[in-house]
Design a protein around this ligand. Structure first.
Ligand SMILES: [Ca+2]
Ligand SMILES: [Ca+2]
Ligand SMILES: [Ca+2]
Length: 275
């Protein structure tokens, strides 16, 4: 069985920020992270010393010993929660303090064909979407996935927004503006005829869609990544094993050329080969 779907996946780390949600704090609960050697008992004593006798904090429950994180609970009826939070945030022993919130499960994407995409549920994609749906890494770098396949419909309505563009190249001027050895490689590269010509193929388009179809846009399907940049490379349907290796090698070199001159594309890369 030919598993040569694509040659390189670059940095598909799901590490971006959670989408904004309208959350209400859980009454009587504050999460605090203390300095590494700070004692929760000391923090509690200092907090009580600043409050009246009616102030009742019942417990500091450890949530993570490694990072010295605790849950502080109190009776919300007779305690000014904002004042407690402010006092904690001003203590030198406290690195961070915030109210506790009940996390809401992210809605499934609204794409009409999503209900047929049983595979996304099998790999627990909705759980990952609770953290991020793609876009940028935690360091703010654009997440780019390079694909090597027979062809792609780069103008497909559910892919178009997620197709990567080489902004260091001027399209159509017959000049290798970014001096990477490929003329007018504005949208990937075709290794079949060594040009920037695009082929359409259902297999490659499907692979691209699985990885990065525009998600939650009320259209078609949803990709594993809703928001990502897809970098298309083209290979021949029939080719010798040696030619396949050579193309894969050149595609890898091309991929390295793009971010190699500017870290504005990606800060780090992880290459996964399949064959
Ligand atoms: Ca170029
Ligand atoms: Ca050019
Ligand atoms: Ca869609």
């Amino acid at each position: 069985m030919n598993k040569f779907y694509f040659v390189v996946i670059a940095l598909a780390i799901l590490a971006g920020p959670v989408l904004a949600q309208e959350l209400q704090p859980i009454p009587g609960q504050v999460i605090v992270r203390l300095q590494p050697k700070a004692s929760p008992e000391l923090v509690l004593r200092q907090l009580h010393a600043k409050r009246s006798s009616s102030f009742a904090i019942s417990a500091m429950q450890s949530l993570g010993a490694l990072h010295n994180i605790y849950m502080l609970t109190f009776h919300s009826d007779n305690v000014d929660a904002d004042a407690v939070l402010k006092q904690l945030q001003e203590m030198p022993e406290v690195i961070a303090a915030q109210f506790n919130y009940e996390v809401q499960i992210r809605q499934r994407p609204n794409d009409p064909e999503y209900e047929k995409q049983w595979g996304l549920e099998r790999i627990a994609a909705p759980d990952a979407w609770n953290n991020t749906t793609g876009g940028f890494t935690a360091q703010g770098d654009t997440i780019v996935v390079a694909l090597l396949d027979f062809g792609f419909d780069v103008n497909h309505e559910d892919l178009q927004r997620n197709i990567w563009k080489n902004n260091f190249e001027v399209s159509g001027d017959a000049v290798d503006n970014d001096n990477n050895g490929y003329i007018d490689d504005f949208v990937g590269w075709n290794f079949v005829n060594n040009s920037n010509q695009h082929f359409q193929d259902s297999h490659g388009t499907s692979v691209a869609g699985i990885i990065g179809a525009d998600g939650n846009n009320d259209l078609g399907v949803s990709g594993i990544n809703w928001n990502i940049k897809l970098m298309p490379f083209y290979r021949a349907r029939r080719e010798s094993y040696h030619r396949r290796l050579r193309i894969r090698d050149r595609a890898t070199q091309a991929l390295q050329l793009y971010p190699g001159r500017s870290r504005r594309f990606c800060g780090s890369h992880q290459f996964i080969f399949r064959n």
